[in-house]
Design a protein around this ligand. Structure first.
Ligand code: CP
Ligand code: NVA
Length: 305
């Protein structure tokens, strides 16, 4: 029984295996085949933040696999009505796996500690592993192979950026992040990357032009994540020089695509010209959340009874 709280929880070979299952299931779906591999299995979606992509793609994935899902919002009182231990143990008695989206990563860790079913992180303040799995799958679709490619992330070095960094490190993709001081990866995360992925190629800079040079994908995310709405103006000022616009895209490789986890704020972290332009792969990327999550579910559920 495995939890996926960050991509450090998966080996490179396991990520490759999930990617192969994803590819197989995506190909079959395109042929109209929805194999009910897990009839009667139930996935709980325990969310304390809004979601379109993560929620709908997991629910749809589970339906395609022949199972069911339960959306659990505030009404179940996670963290409010009973102890983390009681909550996690009892939930594990009912369902086959749990996807959760929480304000704090520690809350998801506490759930996983007590739940005897796989817990999948559907986004926390520090991590968004399912997003990065889909993104690297998309990059491979676009470029054929991943080894030696460079992905540039420009903007706030947030939860999405962290998961992308780990995914890139695991799959041999060079990761370059450009963010202003105060919005970069902290020393603790950099030390963890260095320790767990010693051969990874990582560049952290304050210069967006340096980060995108030679990159085949330019990625950004909102400057104020969910829960940071009160800092929106301050963040917009600090990150103003980190907008992905056509001038910056010109500095990347000629074949570079634009990626964004969505939702996006046009005119802030990215211009409409770029996100709605010919190099943008955002719809393919968001669509791949369904396939990648189906791949992850199939990989996790096949080893549980
Ligand atoms: N990218 C992403 O996770 O989107 P949602 O917040 O809509 O799930
Ligand atoms: N960084 C964003 C990602 C949303 C998918 C957030 O946490 O709100």
């Amino acid at each position: 029984m495995r939890h996926v709280l960050t991509l450090f929880d998966l080996t490179s070979a396991e990520i490759e295996e999930i990617s192969e299952i994803t590819e197989d299931l995506k190909t079959k779906l395109a042929q109209g085949v929805r194999e009910p591999l897990f009839p009667g299995r139930v996935l709980a979606l325990l969310f304390e933040k809004q979601s379109l992509r993560t929620r709908v793609s997991f629910e749809t994935a589970m339906a395609h696999l022949g199972g069911n899902s339960l959306f659990l919002g505030k009404d179940v009182g996670w963290g409010e009505r009973e102890s983390a231990a009681d909550f996690g143990q009892v939930l594990g008695e009912y369902v086959d796996a749990v996807v959760c989206r929480a304000n704090s990563h520690a809350k998801v860790e506490a759930l996983a500690e007590h739940c005897n079913r796989p817990v999948i992180n559907g986004l926390t303040d520090t991590s968004h592993p399912c997003q990065a799995l889909a993104d690297l799958y998309t990059l491979r679709e676009l470029h054929g192979s991943l080894t030696g490619l460079r992905l540039a992330y420009v903007g706030d070095a947030n939860n999405v950026a962290r998961s992308l960094a780990i995914a890139c490190g695991k799959l041999g993709v060079e990761f370059a992040v450009a963010a202003p001081d105060g919005y970069q990866f902290d020393t603790e995360f950099l030390t963890e990357l260095e320790k767990k992925l010693p051969t990874m190629s990582l560049v952290q800079t304050t210069d967006p032009h340096e980060a995108v040079a030679g990159a085949v994908a330019v990625y950004t995310d909102v400057w104020a994540s969910m829960g940071q709405e009160g800092e929106r103006e301050e963040r917009a000022r600090a990150l103003a020089g980190y907008q992905v616009n056509s001038g910056l895209m010109k500095q990347a490789a000629s074949e570079a695509c634009f990626l964004h986890c969505l939702p996006a704020r046009r005119g802030e972290e990215v211009t409409a010209e770029v996100i709605d332009g010919p190099r943008s792969a955002i719809v393919q990327e968001a669509g791949n959340r369904l396939h990648a999550q189906k791949g992850l579910l199939a990989w996790l559920l096949r080893s549980t009874g």
